[in-house]
Design a protein around this ligand. Structure first.
Ligand code: ATP
Length: 237
């Protein structure tokens, strides 16, 4: 059984149809990536899964249960957590306080300390800067905080929207490496990326979105080798 399953999901912004009958699944333990051009509907797909946007039609199952109409905060409780595009780090709060915001649904306070240690082990840079204000961090460090904050809620499914956006090359490598590490520690990941080559090489499976529809699906390796994907998304003819 898939951990996450979208069936014929259609989403509108007013009269504009942003997703048309999107079907995809993510199995427990996988990294699945969505690639596509600007405006293809990647962020919209993530918002539909996290519950920020209502579905016009279709269905989303999580762990076998229909969450299509479940409130966003209750999806977090079920184990779906998003590190949003644009990061959303609180500038006046320290790194530690920002990370604490990620576990607001947690009742088992005693495990929170262990989660801080896990996040700081994944991101030693954040450990060094734990008392520094979020607003003074570099873009790459803020991205680390956003991912770390999502991990504090111990998600079963981590949604990552463009984690490499705007980062210097050495941070891009590091973020992708950390995504693999998070996955190897047992977290299932759905990753949206413009950086198609990196994302496909890290993903078990992948889908290509074009104007709101999935036009190609396969393993990461299959899509990396697909001539039309190469031409459109990998910059090689
Ligand atoms: P990007 O990489 O540029 O973020 P994307 O693949 O994530 O692109 P979406 O942001 O999901 O694309 O947008 C899908 C479509 O929905 C686009 O045509 C976009 O213009 C439209 N859209 C997105 N947000 C809104 C909104 N708030 N109101 C109206 N239309 C929207």
């Amino acid at each position: 059984m898939a951990l996450l399953e979208l069936s014929d999901v259609t989403v509108h912004y007013g009269r504009i149809r942003a997703l048309s009958s999107v079907s995809l699944s993510v199995a427990e333990g996988e990294v699945v990536t969505l690639i596509g051009a600007n405006g293809a509907g990647k962020t919209t797909t993530m918002r539909a899964i996290s519950g920020i946007l209502p579905l016009s039609s279709g269905r989303i199952l999580f762990d076998g249960r229909d969450i299509s109409r479940l409130r966003a905060d209750l999806r977090v409780v079920r184990g779906i957590c998003q590190a949003p595009e644009g990061r959303g780090v609180f500038p006046g709060m320290t790194v530690r306080e920002n990370l604490e915001m990620g576990c607001y649904t947690r009742k088992d306070r005693k495990n929170v300390a262990a989660d801080f240690e896990r996040v700081f082990a994944l991101f030693p840079r954040l450990a060094e800067r734990r008392d520094q204000a979020g607003g003074t961090l570099s873009g790459g460090e803020q991205q680390m905080v956003a991912i770390g904050r999502a991990l504090m809620a111990r998600p079963r499914l981590l949604l990552l929207d463009e984690p490499s956006m705007g980062l210097a090359p050495r941070f891009i490598q590091q973020i992708f490496h950390i995504i693999t590490e998070i996955n190897e520690q047992g977290t299932t990941v759905l990753l949206v990326e413009q950086n198609a080559r990196q994302a496909l090489s890290r993903a078990h499976r992948a889908h290509v979105l074009e104007t709101g529809s999935i036009v190609r699906s396969g393993t990461g390796a299959e899509l990396l080798a697909d001539p039309s994907v190469k031409e459109a998304y990998l910059g090689v003819a």
